[in-house]
Design a protein around this ligand. Structure first.
Ligand code: DX5
Ligand code: ZN
Length: 228
């Protein structure tokens, strides 16, 4: 398996030319696309629904898309997002009444399951669920907006989740979302993350190849430091 995955959050893309901007991010070397869904209820912001996801698939965006649901309730949006072309559907455990039901709905509709943790959400939600997850997402800001400051408490939490994943022996991706920039990405990688969501720190660059190369360089150095 590849060691690190770069997942630009199109929350910071140009919505007036979303297809083209997303394709440019892919052409620059992104591994997956992070798609933030906000409902003005679970979080105080309103973004994109399944029709936009379908429009991206119709535009021939074929790489995996990680749909990050910041919505409440969750379950009635799973089928529309699965049909529209979600690869991963990631939900917040406190936003659903029955975690097991939500996990099964995501799987039954052919998608991979992600569970997202807000900065203050305890990891006990992994008890009895970890074996059913494909991805664990740690929020490193309060969800709802791009371009916030990375919370350093995420680093300890990351170490803890990395231990749990390794102890489980399951192949679970560990994703971090919020405030990732070129100057903190290697410490996030060191703490055990392997999927990096980057919104404002990616789309602010006029040429995405520049930021992708910078990130890859940082992560390669970080691998090097791991080994030696
Ligand atoms: C925030 C979203 C993030 C956001 C990250 O609630 O879940 O995915 O786009 O943006 P940056 O990288 O700008 O913090
Ligand atoms: Zn997100």
């Amino acid at each position: 398996m590849k060691k690190f995955f770069l997942a630009p959050s199109i929350l910071s893309a140009d919505f007036a030319r979303l297809g083209e901007d997303t394709q440019n991010a892919i052409d620059a070397g992104s591994d997956l696309i992070h798609f933030d869904v906000m409902d003005n209820h679970y979080v105080p912001n309103l973004t994109m629904g399944p029709m936009i996801l379908q429009a991206l698939r119709n535009y021939n965006i074929t790489i995996p898309i990680d749909v990050h649901l910041m919505v409440q309730p969750v379950d009635n949006l799973i089928l529309p997002f699965a049909k529209a072309g979600a690869t991963f559907i990631t939900f917040h455990p406190e936003s659903t009444k029955d975690i097991n039901r939500t996990i099964n709905l995501i799987k039954d509709h052919g998608c991979k399951v992600g569970m997202a943790f807000n900065p203050s959400t305890p990891l006990c939600f992994l008890d009895y669920t970890i074996e059913n997850l494909d991805l664990i997402l740690l929020m490193s800001v309060s969800p709802g907006f791009g371009d916030q400051i990375f919370l350093s408490s995420t680093i300890n939490k990351l170490h803890e989740v990395r231990k749990r994943i390794d102890a489980s022996a399951f192949d679970i991706l560990l994703e971090v979302d919020g405030g990732i920039k070129i100057d903190n990405i290697s410490s996030i990688a060191h703490a055990g993350a392997n999927v990096f969501v980057i919104g404002s720190g990616f789309f602010k660059y006029p040429n995405y190849k520049i930021i992708v190369n910078k990130i890859r360089q940082e992560l390669q150095c970080s691998c090097y430091r791991d080994v030696h």
